[in-house]
Structures are given as C-alpha cells and as structure tokens.
Design a protein around this ligand. Sequence first.
Ligand code: ASP
Length: 411
Amino acid sequence: MAAWFKIPLWQRVVAALLLGVLTGWLWGPGAASIKIVGDVFVAFIKMLVVPLIFFSLVAGVASIGDLRKLGSVGWRALLLFVVTGQIAVWLGLLLGTVVQPGVGVDTSMIEMGAVPQPNETTWRDMLLGMVPQSPVQVMADVNVLPLIVFSMLIGIGILMAKGEGEPVLKIFDSGSIVMQKVTMVVMELTPFGVFALMAWVAGTLGLGALAALGKLVFLNYLGCLLIIGVMYSAMIKFIARLPVVDFFRGIIDAIAVSYSTASSNATLPVTLRCAERNLGISNSVASFVISLGATINMNGTAMYLGLATLFGAQIFGVDLSWGDYVLISILGTLGAVGAAGIPGAGLIMMALVFGAVGVPLETIAFVAGVDRIMDMMRTTTNVSGDAAVATTVASLTNEIDRAEMISADDV
Ligand code: ASP
C-alpha cells in the first residue's frame, strides 16, 4: 500500500492508460463491463466542478487586489483564446485541403450513426444564458459560464466592501483550500478511472469504421499534435519564456484525464490542480483563465470543425469557395466557443458549420462511429490549451512562481 503511494501519481496514471489500452485490446467488447469504474471516477470529479470554481474563483478575484489587474489578465486571455482558435481552424482547413481525406471514401463500409439535432440557439439565447439569473439553478445545472460570472461578481463585491468584506473573504479562502484537499483525495481514483475508460474505448472501437475513416482520424490526431507540439510549445517558449518540457511534465495528469474522459469540464479540477501545484500559477489567474477556457477555449474542436467540414464537402462533392472558407473559419471558432466541455459536443456543433456552407448533415452520421477516439485527442488539445494560455498570461502578468514550476518533481 505504502509502495503504491510512493509512486508519483502521474506515473501511476500513465501506466494505467497504457495498461487500459492493452487490456481492452486483448479483452475486446467485454471490456465495456468495467466502464462503470470510469463512470464513477468521472462522477466524482464532476462533483468537484461547481464548488471548486465557486470557492477558488471568488477567492482568486478577491486576492487579485484591484480591478485593473483583473482586466489586464482578462484581455490577454481572451486575445490568446481568439488568436489560437483562428490558427486552429485554418490548420484544419489546410490539412483538409492538402490531404483531401474525403476523396475516395467507401461510404458503404461505414455504419451510420444518428444525426444529432442541430442546435437552434441564437446569439440572443447565448447572451442571456450567461446571466446567472438564479445562482442556485446555475449551480444545480453545472452551468459553467454563468457560474463564472456570478463568482466574479461576488469576488468584485468583496473587493469593493474592503474591511467589511473580510469575514466573507476568509470563508472563501479557507473553502478554496478545503476544495483543493478534496480534489487531492478524488485524484487518487484517477489511475483506476483512466484504466477502465481506456479499456472500454480500446475494446469497443469499431475497427471497420476506423479503417474507412482512417485518414480523417489520422488528420485529427496530426492537427491536434501540431497545435500542442508547435503552437503551444512556441507560446510557452517565446511568449511565456518558460521551459517547454517542464510545462508538459506539469500537466501530464490533465493530459491523461482529458484523453480518457473526453470532457474538458470533467478535467477542470485536475487542470486547476496542475496549474497551481505543478506550474506555480497563482490561484487568481489559474482559476479565472482555466475555468473560462474549459468552456470557451477549444482549439482541438475548432481545428476539427474546419477539417470535418472539408471532409463532408469532399464526400458529397460540394464545391466550396474562398468565401465559404472564411465563413467556416468564423463559424468553426464560434462553434468551438459554444461547444460544451462534454464528450461529443464537437459532433453536435458540426451541424452549425455544415448548414451554413451546404454540407449535408449526413456527414455527421458517417463520422459518429469514430467520434470518441477523435474527441479524446481534441479534448486533450483543448485542455492543454487552457493550461498554455493560463501559463502565458500568468507569466506576462507576473503571477507565476517560476522556481516552483521548474522544481515540481513530485507531480
Ligand atoms: N469533448 C470536447 C471537450 O470536452 C469537446 C468536443 O467534443 O470537441 O473539450
């Protein structure tokens, strides 16, 4: 038992991931019977999301000290979210144009999945949805965006109340520490959850569909790896001016959890913990940038939306003009912002982009069978992006403890 805890958590998690794939591969579809272990793990981390954001963000905003600083963190984060999102969609469009994954696909080999209902939300609904009309309802629904708005307002209120806000601030400060400890306990379940989820995916993967859609899956992985390996690495090295290897070592738990759960939301507590504990990012910047990023910063999803639209256009022989490319790039970024941090959210958002440029929605049914395997990589890209932006913003605003990042050897 003691020997188990002596092994650093990230090593146990990586080993579980590899063992899970092996087990699923040997066991086959029967591996689905242990998925429940993964579901229990995901349910436990989901339990953390609301109290963790609430306590940590209120304490974080209040500890920033003045509103100007909050603004300087906020605009930098938003700018990075938008720029990286745009680069990501254009990368997807480039890969789709050069490699042409949809040309010559044998569609009879593919088992059709369900076509999800297009999302009919307008920008008016989205705007209204950000207002935490009933804070309790927002928490009960685990609605992250309005929860962030509510937590920030409470934090600002504490700042404005000065001395009289002190007792409330104390509650949030201590609550945020308590939540970090609870996260630590739940994190001990990670190796088991990751093992079970990986065994399930590897055991139940439709190999026929994978062969037919191989090029698309390959390009999805290539695009995501380019975003992580080139764009994020460059951001850490040249803008944040920090060691790239230490950055990735610090977020390895978040990488493993995002890959196996395919959910940015469920990974949020882990990403936060990595950012604060392993990367040395201050609680205020980490909680603000990462909570916000988990819902709106999805570069893997943005890249995929660009790529998948071209794929659909190629299968069905739809001609796209330059104007369509620009439209895809705008809608792809918006779709990524609007996608919830849950498994399969990108699949639903495809309807938004496809409809605008005349690509048949049946494309969604074609790719549905292998979406999970692509979703896992997209989510890892999304989550790594949140950590990369948080690290860069923290470095630019002096909210990072460089020594801690470099010496974090007990991750
Ligand atoms: N599952 C992804 C996420 O949670 C979203 C997507 O489907 O692309 O980040």
